[in-house]
Design a protein around this ligand. Structure first.
Ligand SMILES: O=C(O)c1ccccc1NCC(=O)[C@H](O)[C@H](O)COP(=O)(O)O
Length: 258
């Protein structure tokens, strides 16, 4: 099995080197940052909080949604009760695009995380320039110094940071080196694509009380959310299972409320 995450990050480094000289002037000035973490904490205070993902395709599943319509999906997610959006902007592996983030954010009032592979602090300025309210740091993809540098750049831009881990060692690195109080456990092993909800259940006990834990990947039903809630988890990042539904708004409501 090849290490897909390493391959994606190597491709991303080449892409970023090519994009940097183009600068950031191609986008109009974005509207002010919408509080991503604050929106999640507000919803999680009295129910489940959802980061609903706009995801056309993935390396593990190929094409997920043929009639892909980011503004329509954004409106449906908001009407269904999502707290925030996640929009894939990586093109080579997810058929994403920065225009999808811009269109989705413009179509609703929700804060948006730029879902991409951050390998260079410059991508934080780029994320804010296209309108993002938060970025993702994947601990497995970065050395300690690099992830600290990217988190610092994100904070300078006023962006919230979702820190993603997959095992105990990554959780210790995240809690030991980074300041963000928003930590996601990805149930998908990004090297093998295996998904196991028990990953969140195992790591939940390591999370301090002031950190908001996000359960990421493989959530397909309200019953899955209830299962995670037994471990104290009330915040979820969900893509594929919602994107496959004909009625995204109804599916979002059903996921959150049962
Ligand atoms: O989804 C993939 O196949 C994938 C492959 C390699 C790196 C990242 C990948 N996905 C990113 C994510 O973690 C998910 O898009 C996100 O957590 C939502 O997961 P799901 O609800 O299972 O679509």
């Amino acid at each position: 099995m090849t290490d897909k995450l390493a391959e994606i990050c190597a491709t991303k480094r080449v892409e970023v080197a090519a994009r940097k000289p183009q600068g950031l002037a191609r986008w109009p000035a974005p509207t002010p940052v919408r509080g991503f973490e604050a929106a999640l904490r507000a919803k999680a205070a009295d129910g489940f909080a959802l980061i609903a993902e706009i995801k056309k395709a993935s390396p593990s599943k190929g094409l997920i949604r043929a009639d892909f319509d980011p503004p329509a999906h954004a409106r449906a997610y908001q009407a269904g009760g999502a707290a925030c959006l996640s929009v894939l902007t990586d093109a080579p592996y997810f058929q994403g695009h920065e225009d999808y983030l811009i269109a989705a954010r413009t179509a609703c009032d929700l804060p948006v995380i730029r879902k991409d592979f951050m390998v260079d602090p410059w991508q934080c300025a780029e994320a804010r320039a296209m309108g993002a309210d938060a970025i993702l740091i994947i601990v497995a993809a970065l050395e300690d110094a690099a992830m600290v540098e990217i988190e610092t750049a994100a904070r300078e831009q006023g962006l919230d940071v979702l820190v993603e881990v997959h095992d105990e060692a990554e959780m210790e690195r995240a809690l030991g080196h980074l300041r963000s109080k928003l930590v996601g456990v990805n149930n998908r092993n990004l090297k093998t694509f295996e998904v196991d909800l028990a990953t969140t259940e195992r790591l939940a006990a390591m999370v301090p009380a002031d950190v908001l834990l996000v359960c990421e990947s493989g959530i397909g039903s309200h019953a899955d959310c209830e299962r995670m809630a037994a471990s104290g988890v009330r915040t979820f990042l969900v893509g594929e299972s919602l994107m496959r539904q004909p009625d995204v708004e109804a599916a979002t409501r059903a996921l959150l409320l049962g």
